[in-house]
Design a protein around this ligand. Structure first.
Ligand code: NAD
Length: 483
């Protein structure tokens, strides 16, 4: 039997031992809610504190370990993820509801992330500078920050933990990892691989449970030196206030309301492909999803007609079924929120083009059809992050108008443009007020070896991923020596 088929009983990993929880919780399959995926241990404050202490106790050993040892550990984790991508991808599809190909691709990417940081562990660099004083030598070196609390969302249950845990360990930090409550089995499966990678006991700990209890304990604990969080803006704000009050280092990745501009000179089929992938794949549950499609008036109607046709034939179904293009929504709450936004859009006068209905499938799940509206910039459907398969089209008079609409948002994660004009593309890359730009590509779908993150309300603190991850997971020390 493979993990992808089993009902699992995940436990916490604290100080190298698997521990039962103070209570248990369940996660279910959003494609078939009759199926329990995991009955998992839930920690309370005390258990979370034990994990933090274990990480603090392991810090002297792991922070002094050789780069070779760290590289070996991370490489082993990466190799196992890659070797088991089909099995673990099926588990991900069962617990989160991504389609099987999307689940497999995410696990493979997680493996590549660990391998990338295995290499980075061998490339930790410093600087040697001439002093302004005669006979003095100055060096700048990087050291681990300490104990890192990692708080993850449910929508990328392997990749987001991977892109936080791998650099944390590569740079010599120890970790307490809290996965989201909807995806404990994925968090546990990753932790189980990490537990066999040769780390000292306590260097990596897993605690599952609620944000209010487990998450908040990590945020408030004086032994947690740094917090890396991905999730909603409201939770991020709360974490920032609490953690900065005790001067912990904080990194937040939060929401998005990402625009995709389609200019009249664009290859329209390519633009429709970008919109379809960016807005609806992974059921729109991506912080980089393009939920505002800003289309130049000249091609507006043709674009909408083509996208509508593609939506009409998009196959929504069980995440593990061959041919499914869009899986279910992750849970009942998220589905209810998506459907509320459909009502809000209609009530505010947005023109309904397609979808937004609850769907019945052979198995009971949280299915809905992909939704498209024609909206005005002031409509809530065009301003607020929905985190579901709901997009709107905004009509733009010309490129300048489109750019102004694109930047008219409190968010600033990612922005895309479809155009054949190099001049416009270059201008857009420079003037989009975001952390990531895309030209003739969907807004969602990024590389793992370059920085990820945004501006404004989307992100706070140092960037994640690539070699820029060192900014968050290390602290610099300046050394002076009389030569
Ligand atoms: P969420 O904020 O509800 O939860 C995220 C994590 O924080 C969970 O593990 C949760 O248990 C924990 N948490 C909740 N309250 C806490 C508290 N008081 N203290 C500490 N931890 C607490 O978000 P979610 O519903 O899991 O994820 C959806 C959101 O994540 C969306 O808004 C989406 O845009 C965002 N997201 C952002 C990125 C990005 O990189 N920018 C990536 C994926 C998802």
């Amino acid at each position: 039997m493979k993990l992808g088929d089993l009902q699992l009983s995940p436990r916490h990993l604290i100080n190298g031992r698997w521990e039962i929880g103070t209570t248990t919780g369940i996660s279910t399959n959003p494609s078939d809610t009759r199926e329990v995926v995991a009955e998992y241990a839930r920690a309370d404050r005390n258990q979370t504190e034990l994990a933090v202490r274990a990480a603090a106790d392991a810090l002297p050993t792991w922070s002094q370990s050789t780069p070779q040892r760290r590289a070996d550990v991370l490489d082993m984790i990466g190799s196992e993820l890659l070797a088991r991508k089909d099995e673990l991808g099926a588990l991900l599809a069962r617990e989160e509801g991504k389609t099987l190909p999307e689940g497999i691709a995410e696990v493979a990417r997680s493996g590549q992330i660990f391998k990338f940081f295995a290499g980075e562990a061998l490339r930790i660099q410093g600087e040697l500078l001439a002093s302004v004083r005669q006979g003095v030598q100055v060096d700048v070196t990087r050291e681990p920050v300490g104990v890192v609390g990692i708080i993850a969302p449910w929508n990328f249950p392997f990749a987001i933990p991977a892109w936080k845990i791998a650099p944390a360990l590569a740079y010599g930090n120890t970790v307490v990892f809290k996965p989201a409550e909807l995806v404990p089995a994925c968090g546990w499966a990753l932790a189980e691989i990490i537990s066999r990678s040769g780390l000292p006991a306590g260097a990596f700990n897993l605690v599952m449970g609620s944000g209010r209890e487990v998450g908040q304990t990590l945020v408030d604990h004086p032994l947690v030196n740094a917090l890396s969080f991905t999730g909603s803006v409201s939770t991020g704000d709360r974490i920032l206030r609490a953690a900065s009050a005790r001067r912990a280092k904080v990194q937040l990745e939060m929401g998005g309301k990402n625009p995709l501009i389609v200019l009249a000179d664009a290859d329209l089929d390519q633009a429709v492909d970008c919109a379809l992938q960016g807005s609806y794949f992974s059921t729109g549950q991506r912080c980089t999803a393009s939920s505002r499609l800003i289309v130049e008036a000249e091609v507006h109607d043709a674009f909408v007609a083509r996208l509508r046709n593609r939506l009409a034939s998009l196959k929504v179904g069980h995440a593990l079924e061959r041919g499914t293009e869009m899986g279910p929504v992750v849970d009942d709450n998220q589905l209810a929120q998506n459907l509320d936004y459909i009502d809000i859009a209609r009530n505010e006068g947005a023109e309904h083009v397609w979808g937004g209905e609850r769907l019945e499938r052979p198995t009971p799940g949280h299915y809905m059809s992909p939704a498209l509206f024609l909206a005005r910039p002031e409509h809530r459907v065009a301003r607020e992050e929905i985190f579901g398969p709901v997009a709107c089209v905004l009509r733009a008079d010309d490129y300048e108008h489109a750019l102004a609409l694109a930047n008219d948002t409190p968010f600033g994660l990612c922005a895309g443009i479809c155009t054949t004009s190099l001049k416009r593309a270059m201008h857009f890359k420079r003037h989009a007020a975001v952390g990531m730009t895309m030209v003739n590509l969907p807004t969602a779908g990024v590389d793992f070896h370059v920085p990820f993150g945004g501006r404004k309300e989307s992100s706070y603190g140092a960037r994640e991923q690539g070699r820029y991850a060192a900014e968050f997971y290390t602290t610099v020390k300046t050394g002076y020596m009389l030569a």
